[in-house]
Design a protein around this ligand. Structure first.
Ligand SMILES: Nc1ncnc2c1ncn2[C@@H]1O[C@H](COP(=O)(O)OP(=O)(O)OP(=O)(O)O)[C@@H](O)[C@H]1O
Length: 255
């Protein structure tokens, strides 16, 4: 059973080496969470009073300005952060994909990294051995897979990481955008695998700045603003409210 229950959760980051005096002025920009200065040590209030209930089949987009709290919320749901106050209860095995390169070792080969990365995402050694050929074919890396990862370009690393990530069977899939370095043709090729991955995940939560990807993969959305949930609803409605206009979608992507 896959289930997420968050009740009145806060996540604060005390900042011990901040220049406190210059923080006394209220920050007026749109970017970033609230900075509390009443205590002796300034506290970054990354999440404030989050209440959320998600279950099997939910496909949730997470949007908001830089620093709004999206990554912090994903880390809370992945068990990386504990709430400072409130509760966060997660039932189900979480596959967190924050940085495609995390869990990769530059000194070992592409093949060995396929195994390591798969184990990191909750798969067994045997499952990864069975899937290695499929991943190898998808990445088109050929003999490079026998070379140490440090010899790969940025785009080649992303190909390898995407190959592994799109082969797993996650109960709860937590995606934080980071597909930057690959070329457009490869993204198009990965799209089908991403859609299949999402379809076989029990629950998806995806933070991204791409309307197109979110509209394709998600059904509902949460708009984060200064650490709070500002709006929750159907993905198209939330994107329109957040952007102030209809979401941008390339004509051929419109269903
Ligand atoms: N480890 C940390 N220590 C101190 N402050 C942090 C830390 N991580 C995040 N913050 C602060 O928490 C707030 C929320 O950050 P978070 O990374 O969750 O935002 P985001 O919505 O994911 O932004 P982006 O779209 O830029 O990735 C920001 O104000 C940020 O400065």
């Amino acid at each position: 059973m896959v289930n997420i229950e968050v009740r009145g959760a806060y996540v604060d980051f005390p900042v011990f080496d901040a220049k406190t005096r210059s923080l006394k002025k209220k920050v007026l920009g749109k970017v970033g969470g609230a900075i509390g200065t009443s205590a002796r040590v300034p506290v970054l209030e990354a999440l404030r009073d989050i209440t959320l209930s998600l279950t099997e089949g939910d496909r949730v987009a997470l949007v908001g300005h830089n620093g709004a709290g999206k990554s912090t919320l994903l880390r809370l749901l992945s068990g990386i952060y504990e709430p400072t106050r409130g509760t966060a209860r997660v039932e189900g095995m979480v596959a967190p994909v924050f940085d495609l390169g995390v869990g990769m070792d530059p000194e070992v080969s592409g093949y060995e990294n396929i195994l390591i990365r798969g184990l990191f995402l909750g798969m067994s050694r045997r499952q990864m051995q069975q899937r290695a050929d499929d991943i190898a074919e998808f990445t088109e890396l050929g003999d490079y897979l026998h070379m140490p990862l440090r010899t790969y370009s940025a785009g080649m690393r992303v190909r390898l990481a995407l190959g592994v990530v799109t082969t797993i069977d996650p109960e709860i899939l937590i995606l934080d955008e980071g597909l930057g370095a690959v070329d457009a043709a490869f993204i198009a090729k990965a799209r089908r695998r991403m859609v299949d991955l999402v379809n076989r995940s029990g629950l998806l939560m995806f933070a991204s700045h791409s309307d197109e990807v979110l509209l394709e993969l998600c059904t509902t959305a949460i708009w984060m603003d200064e650490g709070r949930i500002r709006m929750r609803g159907p993905v198209r409605e939330v994107l329109s409210a957040y952007k102030g206009h209809e979401p941008h979608v390339l004509p051929e992507r419109v269903a």
